[in-house]
Design a protein. Sequence first.
Length: 79
Amino acid sequence: MKLQLYFHHECGFSRSVLNTINNLKIQDKIELKNIRENPEFEKTLIEIMGDKQVPTLIVDEKPMRESEDIKKFLIKSFL
Ligand SMILES: N[C@@H](CCC(=O)N[C@@H](CS)C(=O)NCC(=O)O)C(=O)O
């Protein structure tokens, strides 16, 4: 399963997902794409989704939004 998370640290919803990732110790299983650090990541997110809402998790090409859904999915997949 390929996982990519678009996020930025100024967003509390993103930080909440990052906390879950840290608690599960799965940082090495997810490509973390900070859109504030890398404009290319922001551009790609807009191309995929039509906007730049974070957090957005891409699971094998399929986008998932809503931090609560993303956290539930990660816990179900990795706990
Ligand atoms: N209900 C969403 C809210 C996500 C959200 O509001 N994200 C903000 C940043 S914290 C955002 O990306 N807003 C659109 C923008 O900045 O262009 C969730 O829980 O993930």
